[in-house]
Design a protein around this ligand. Structure first.
Ligand code: AMP
Length: 232
């Protein structure tokens, strides 16, 4: 299964991507997560970047600005070439604009593979601002939680080097940065909706307040895609 997750920051696409990654046994590739790992001093899988580029990326993500298409596409190209992507992957946070969408199409073509679907999680902006104010991040294991909806489970605590004890708010989840990111989503990333609709790949699911309902709708939406994929 090869999927792209589309949705505004805070729409819950990362949560769904993480769950689907376990369900289908394929990696979740979050460009935001990869960029944040650079900030922690880790290098990216399959490539190494000079410190000045890493510093620039850190400053861009702290301010809610996009990292350059060149670097982002290079990161994805290296990541999807790794052996764990052989049976599929879930892209979370990429592509984020039309040039990245076109670059992804070119990459897939080069490797003679195709996307099964683009799953959009649609949530109104006011609900997003509310949600993101409660979102927290564990710098030790990189997992994302929510103060009201998703605190670490025992299993997650046990697999985190610091037991998910110190949850922090991302700089880019602060209200003024969130508003800027939402404007960018509507002005830039949403152009990918007609782009993928034209390719017949876009599936939209409404991101509901109750997580179980969103999960049910996502699973239903992907059932036929999975069935067609297995039959093909
Ligand atoms: P996310 O965790 O997906 O919300 O991403 C966090 C930040 O990483 C974004 O606000 C951007 O600064 C950067 N980023 C993530 N994915 C991309 C991308 N596809 N293109 C450019 N910048 C990105």
């Amino acid at each position: 299964m090869r999927l792209v997750m589309l949705g505004a920051p805070g729409s819950g696409k990362g949560t769904q991507a993480e769950r689907l990654s376990k369900k289908y046994g394929i990696p979740q590739i979050s460009t935001g997560e990869l960029f944040r790992s650079l900030r922690k001093g880790e290098q990216l899988p399959g490539m190494s970047l000079p410190q000045e580029v890493i510093d620039e990326i850190s400053s861009l993500i702290n301010n809610g600005c996009f990292v350059s298409d060149d670097i982002t596409i290079q990161v994805i190209e290296n990541r999807i070439a790794l052996p764990d992507c052989e049976n599929g992957f879930i892209l979370d946070g990429f592509p984020r604009n039309i040039p990245q969408g076109e670059a992804l199409d070119a990459l897939l073509k080069k490797h003679s593979i195709h996307l099964d679907a683009v799953l959009e999680i649609d949530v109104p902006d006011d609900a997003i601002v509310d949600r993101l104010s409660g979102r927290r991040y564990c710098p030790a294991c990189g997992r994302t939680y929510h103060l009201d909806a998703k605190m670490p489970t025992e299993e997650e605590r046990a697999t985190c080097p610091e037991g998910c004890r110190n949850l922090i708010q991302r700089d880019d989840d602060k209200p003024e940065v969130v508003k800027k990111r939402l404007v960018t989503y509507h002005d830039v990333t949403e152009h990918l909706k007609p782009y993928y609709k034209e390719q017949g790949k876009l599936i939209t699911v409404v991101g509901r307040k109750k997580l179980e309902k969103t999960i049910r709708d996502v699973d239903r939406a992907l059932e036929s895609i999975e069935k067609n994929r297995i039959e093909a």
